[in-house]
Design a protein around this ligand. Sequence first.
Ligand code: ADP
Ligand code: MG
Ligand code: ZN
Length: 581
Amino acid sequence: MTSPQSGPETCAETSAEADDAAGVLRRVFGYGSFREGQREIIEHVVAGGDALVLMPTGGGKSLCYQIPALVREGVGVVISPLIALMQDQVDALTALGVRAGFLNSTQEADERRRVEAAFLAGELDLLYLAPERLRAPGTPDLLDRGAIALFAIDEAHCVAQWGHDFRPDYLALSTLHERWPAVPRVALTATATEATHAEIASRLGLEEARHFVASFDRPNIRYRIAPKKEPRRQLLKLLRTEHPGDAGIVYCLSRTSVEKTAAFLTENGIEALPYHAGLDARTRAAHQARFLREDGLVMVATIAFGMGIDKPDVRFVAHLDLPKSVEGYYQETGRAGRDGLPSTAWLVYGLQDVVQQRRMIETSEGDDAHRRRLGSHLDAMLALCETVECRRVRLLAYFGQRGATACGNCDTCLSPPETWDGTIAAQKLLSAVLRLRRERHQSFGAGHVIDILLGRETEKVVQHGHASLTVFGVGTELNESEWRGVVRQLLAQGLLAVKGDYGSLVLTDDSAEVLARRRQVPLRREPERPARAEPAARSAGSRRAAPADLPEEAVPFFERLRAWRAASAREQGIPAYMIFH
Ligand code: ADP
Ligand code: MG
Ligand code: ZN
């Protein structure tokens, strides 16, 4: 735990507040000791200071405001977006003998009046408030009439414009300080790049607050990222071989994919429940409750699921689609292994993920600056996927923790990916893109450009007369799947970009460096693919013709190609036009 703005340390053991805090920790919560950082934060807030707390999911943020609320005079007011969890949180506190209540829009008027009365009578220790309640007429006046110990702003990243959890209601929280200048505020989040950091501080007027930054390392999580082939089958294999009977979360991008994956797992004997924003509130609540209470259930969900979920024994978090940012990935995978036992973070991704996400960014609402920001989030995620370094080292570096040593536990540590010199392959591919643009004023998606390099006389090649291009058939040393890997990695390295509805490949500023032979392009060899007999054949310099990735020699070429394309599209659950054109 570091606190960049800290002054000289006071001796924690001898101060009365610390005694109280430690006493509350034992008597009320039944814990023997503080976790990393908790004591410093609690003391600071008890003494009336403002704090910005950055601590990973499961780190123990709640106690950082619950204990000060109990130690200080008055009620701790907790602003939380997790309306669905308020009842659970209040029940859990009540069971510990803490007097807690909540106000949100799901309540009956009667119930609300009862909580308000308890607040005014000084009969509450903690009051949970949905952010929109704070702006509701009457709430500020109500708060004025009671004694407030502190404001806690939980999941504070919701104030940051660029996160997917952004809530406009959070922006109004900047007024807390104006109206109640004497009340200390503590903002808490598990999201912690320096940019988000700064945005939270400035939007909440917490520039003067002391920052507490915990280590983001989750040593019990083993990170693995593999190429996407048949995602559901790959998942099934993982669950059967490494996580039989374990509870876990599977994240998918779309609702349809959530439904299909849950059904697929169930058909294959693994108990799985769907969760996404398209399900009615009752079903969602029921599925969440079952996941929390029962053993060994798999929740298949969109990112709508998980914030604030405190289930200690989630043994794996699997992503069937690429997360939009490293922050999202970290938060989602962080839901695994909160009990400290070994857990798996597993992700499969492929070229179509990159194409699809670039396209979503391009068509997203907002201005160019917004799109550039989304683009750089995605780039960072891709760089993590394609790294040949330790995943944990990269992840921690992203969160500003430099100098970590390789973990010895992630996929790249356990089987270091081989690299090969992809310079010539990259030149060929970029040159094909360049020639299509210069000579034909056209651009095409990866599938067609690869067909050209492989010298395939597809209908489209014939239709456009692309067999006469000088690059036609110059890339037979790699097969289709290897070329797709090249494209994916060039996209990840920013040496190539995609544009438009059909995911057309276009050059970037850096492409010129490669085409001018001023830049080497090391590429990661695809793991999970049986190595070929002669490794040298993979080097881009080799001219050996590789057999295309197609079955059944006897079947006429076009028929095979069409069948293979259709099957590929089906397996990946995405429209064929997104892969091939
Ligand atoms: P966060 O909000 O940071 O994700 P929580 O506040 O929900 O994390 O805490 C995660 C879990 O850790 C909870 O089950 C909590 O009871 C437990 N916990 C927190 N502090 C301590 C402590 N000092 N000792 C033991 N367990 C703790
Ligand atoms: Mg929390
Ligand atoms: Zn590692």
